[in-house]
Design a protein around this ligand. Structure first.
Ligand SMILES: [Zn+2]
Length: 415
């Protein structure tokens, strides 16, 4: 489809060039320069939105951008008046577009926890930190919906929280917690149509019971996927004991969200350092490495795995693991370790910061990134602000907000 050109000089008459933003060609990119002070006003979003610019004087140079950006620009004109936005007009356009896209009301939050009364009872008192949403101490489904509305989240995929749950929970205790959590989440999905989805838990230390729970979760509770932990009593998900469960999840082409927890081996290695600071990210890496070396990722190619927190330390260590991967384990990654890691999905909850996103986006294509918040354990604004400030191009913002998640959860297309 041809680009809808939009001429600067249609808005700014030739006689008033003093504040017109000029466009300078710089190698492959276009950068905006504020003509009022000559300083670059580089906006990567803007650069990528420009698909073509023709020759001519600065004022007559034509450019085009996405229709959403154009609409936002015209709206800005109406709201502020042309004179008010003349200096740095192009930068304003780009920033307004990024804000509008980031505040999309269609976000899908794939990392969102519910706190059932039973969970609260066994997990003990919650510990509020600077980063926690205050709602952690008085959480209700209605408060969750209120926060979602404030952050432009249309639907949140619910999963059980791990905080306060013993790492070696097993037997009847584990099964009771799992069933309670799944029933509670399913009720929230029913109570708030369109606002929630369910990622059901499994009592993984009992594979037989897990197979039954999979059937119950999908057939009766209409779950959208499964939520597993990075380890169960110091057994990581690639362990052969879990093979029947993953075979069944592969047969169902299930979405499997893998949430970090604290292995009992490593909960208190560093005094005064809670596990969530670093151990969660290391255990995420152990879980992914376990799936790799045991060949689960290749044996179960139809499982759509979601890894949390921008992959923890996975993206940083990916090449190191690839370089050291033993040849005798090559069946676990026939096309190489990095090829397997590129197929996984990664939520950006608490990982929407420059270094985490830089590492993640160096490893995986944009199609694998998902929006998530880790609410209520972490304020939504931490991920929302970090995501916005990263300055992804508008098309990637849209993909991360909802487009990529809709491929995993197609039922959410009808909302
Ligand atoms: Zn979480």
């Amino acid at each position: 489809m041809p680009c809808p050109y939009f001429h600067i000089n249609k808005i700014f008459p030739h006689g008033d060039r003093s504040g017109i933003a000029h466009l300078n060609r710089s190698r492959e990119n276009w950068e905006a320069v504020d003509a009022s002070n000559g300083k670059p006003d580089t906006m990567r979003l803007f650069d990528r939105n420009i698909s073509r610019a023709n020759a001519g004087s600065d004022a007559n140079r034509a450019f085009c951008w996405t229709s959403a950006a154009r609409r936002q620009f015209l709206k800005s004109l109406g709201a502020l008046g042309a004179r008010a936005i003349l200096p740095g007009a192009i930068g304003l356009l780009a920033r307004a577009d990024a804000r509008a896209a980031a505040a999309s009301p269609n976000r899908i939050d794939v990392h969102h926890h519910h706190l059932s009364p039973y969970y609260k009872k066994i997990s003990g008192p919650t510990r509020l930190t600077e980063r926690s949403d205050p709602a952690l101490s008085n959480w209700t489904p209605a408060i969750a919906v209120e926060r979602m509305d404030q952050s432009g989240i249309a639907t949140a995929m619910l999963s059980i929280a791990t905080g306060g749950i013993p790492a070696n929970l097993a037997g009847e205790q584990e099964q009771t917690l799992v069933r309670d959590s799944n029933e509670y989440g399913a009720q929230m999905v029913r109570d708030y149509p369109g606002r929630f989805g369910l990622l059901a838990s499994l009592p993984m230390l009992d594979p037989e019971a897990s197979l039954k729970e999979i059937e119950y979760a999908f057939a009766t509770l209409k779950a959208d996927g499964i939520a597993l932990m990075t380890d169960y009593g110091d057994v990581w998900p690639g362990d052969p004991m879990f093979a029947p469960v993953f075979e069944e999840l592969n047969r169902r082409k299930a979405v499997v969200f893998i949430h970090p927890t604290t292995p009992s081996c490593c909960a208190k290695l560093l005094p005064n350092v809670p596990a969530s600071w670093v151990e969660y990210d290391f255990d995420t890496t152990r879980a992914v490495t376990s799936l790799l070396v045991n060949g689960t990722l290749t044996k179960c190619p139809d499982v759509r795995f979601i890894i949390t927190h921008s992959g923890g330390t996975v993206p940083v260590l990916a090449k190191r693991v690839a370089d050291m991967f033993p040849p005798q384990m090559s069946a676990g990654a026939p096309n190489g370790v990095e090829a397997e890691l590129k197929k996984l999905y990664y939520d950006i909850a608490n990982g929407a910061n420059p270094s985490s996103l830089a590492a993640l986006t160096k490893l995986v294509p944009m199609s694998q990134l998902l929006f998530g918040t880790d609410f209520p354990f972490v304020k939504m604004s931490i991920t929302v602000d970090g995501f916005r400030e990263h300055g992804f191009p508008a098309k990637d913002v849209k993909a991360i907000n909802s487009g990529n998640a809709l491929r995993l959860f197609p039922r959410l297309r009808i909302r």
